[in-house]
Design a protein around this ligand. Structure first.
Ligand code: GNR
Ligand code: NI
Length: 168
C-alpha cells in the first residue's frame, strides 16, 4: 500500500478524460487500496483516479465519520432522477484550502462495477450524490472551480500557483 501524490489545480493533467477500466484485475484492486490509503491520509471523503495521475474511470468514496464505509465505483454511469438542484460548499483535494458553493442535482442513479468487477445500480442522495458527481467530473477532466465565475477561478489559480512556486 502507498500514499500517492495528488495533482493540484491548475495542473493540466487534471484535464485528462479518463478511459474506461477494461477489466477489473488484481492490479485494479491494488490501485483501489492505494487510493483509499491516499484519501484517508489526505484526509478526504472521495478520490478519483485522475487526481493521482491515473487516467482510468475509477473512484473511491467514504463519507462516514469513522472512515468505516469504503465505496468503490468503476466505470460509473450516472443518471439524474430528480433535477432539483441542491447547493453545497464543495472542497477538493486538488484545490486545497478553497471552499465554494456549487449546485448539483440532489438525487442520482448510478450504475458501476464494484471491486470484484460485478455490476450494481444504486440511488444516491445527499452528500453521497454530491461527492459521486464531483468525482465523476474529475474523470471527465472537470473541477468544481469550473462552476465558479472566471474571476473567482482566476483568483484561486493565482493563489495556488504562488503556493506551489514557494514549495518547489
Ligand atoms: O474531501 C472532499 N470533500 C468534499 C466536500 C464537498 C464536496 C466534495 C468533496 S470531495 C473532496 C475530495 C476530493 O477532492 N475528491 O475529488
Ligand atoms: Ni476533488
Amino acid at each position: 500500500m502507498a500514499v500517492l501524490e495528488i495533482l493540484e489545480f491548475p495542473d493540466p493533467r487534471l484535464r485528462t478524460r479518463a478511459r474506461p477500466v477494461a477489466a477489473v484485475t488484481a492490479d485494479t484492486r491494488d490501485l483501489i487500496d492505494d487510493m483509499f490509503e491516499t484519501m484517508y491520509a489526505a484526509p478526504g471523503i472521495g478520490l478519483a483516479a485522475t487526481q493521482i495521475n491515473v487516467h482510468e474511470r475509477l473512484l473511491v468514496i467514504d463519507i462516514s465519520e469513522d472512515r468505516s464505509d469504503p465505496q468503490v465505483f468503476i466505470n460509473p454511469e450516472v443518471t439524474v432522477i430528480d433535477p432539483e438542484l441542491g447547493e453545497y460548499d464543495e472542497g477538493c483535494l486538488s484545490v486545497p484550502g478553497f471552499y465554494e458553493t456549487v449546485n448539483r442535482p440532489q438525487r442520482v442513479q448510478v450504475t458501476a462495477l464494484d471491486r470484484d468487477g460485478k455490476s450494481f445500480t444504486r440511488e444516491l442522495e445527499g452528500l453521497l450524490a454530491i461527492c459521486l458527481q464531483h468525482e465523476i467530473d474529475h474523470l471527465d477532466g472537470k473541477l468544481f472551480v469550473d462552476y465558479l465565475s472566471p474571476l473567482k477561478r482566476t483568483r484561486i489559480r493565482k493563489k495556488l500557483e504562488k503556493i506551489q512556486r514557494q514549495r518547489d
